[in-house]
Design a protein. Structure first.
Length: 194
């Protein structure tokens, strides 16, 4: 009985293989097909990969004293850039730093939450990350929303050695209240501090 099973399974295999080939088309029945024509108005592969001109940039660069307006009407500017030295009760104390104001003008009809603003400084030609400086003037940054048609201002400070002048301030504002966690384009304010 044991020797009968392998023979039966081999016979079944040959039967299935022969049946599968029986329906194969004859060589004379095979027809060459032309490639499908692209539908009129459909984008080509090259056009589909081109960025949309209406799409917002992921990052923009502005000089000190200028401003940037996002697509929804919110405007940001960096003003009041000046050298200072931190005091005895500041952190870190007795350190040279640069002070600046970040100001948002809300030209939209809705409140914009500013609490998710990330601020990073780089200084010098090598672009070293600068330490934050906390004083009475710099405080804790933005702690709430700016209402439609209103302006909000907060002071910030970054360590800036006396022998360095170049400063880059990176601002990224995220609207985490939105369902898709919208992140606005990053704005870089750059320039020399005298």
């Amino acid at each position: 009985m044991k020797s009968f099973k392998p023979a039966l399974s081999g016979l079944l295999f040959l039967l299935v293989a022969a049946t599968g080939c029986a329906g194969a088309p004859d060589e004379n029945q095979v027809v060459d097909l032309e490639p499908a024509q692209e539908a009129a108005g459909s984008p080509t592969e090259e056009e589909a990969t081109e960025p949309d001109e209406e799409e917002a940039p992921s990052a923009v660069e502005e000089e000190f004293g200028s401003e940037y307006t996002y697509a929804d009407g919110l405007t940001v500017r960096l003003a009041g850039v000046e050298r200072r030295v931190s005091g005895e009760w500041d952190m870190p104390e007795s350190a040279p730093y640069v002070y600046f104001d970040i100001q948002f003008d809300n030209g939209t009809d809705a409140p914009v939450d500013l609490t998710y603003l990330a601020v990073y400084c780089q200084v010098g030609e090598e672009g070293r990350t600068a330490e934050d400086v906390y004083t009475d003037d710099t405080g804790t940054g933005f702690t709430s929303a700016v209402m439609g048609g209103r302006t909000a201002t907060a002071g910030y400070g970054c360590a800036l050695p006396e022998d360095e002048s170049y400063l880059q301030v990176e601002l990224t504002l995220s609207d985490w209240e939105e369902v898709d966690d919208y992140v606005r384009e990053t704005v870089y304010f750059v320039g020399d501090v005298v």
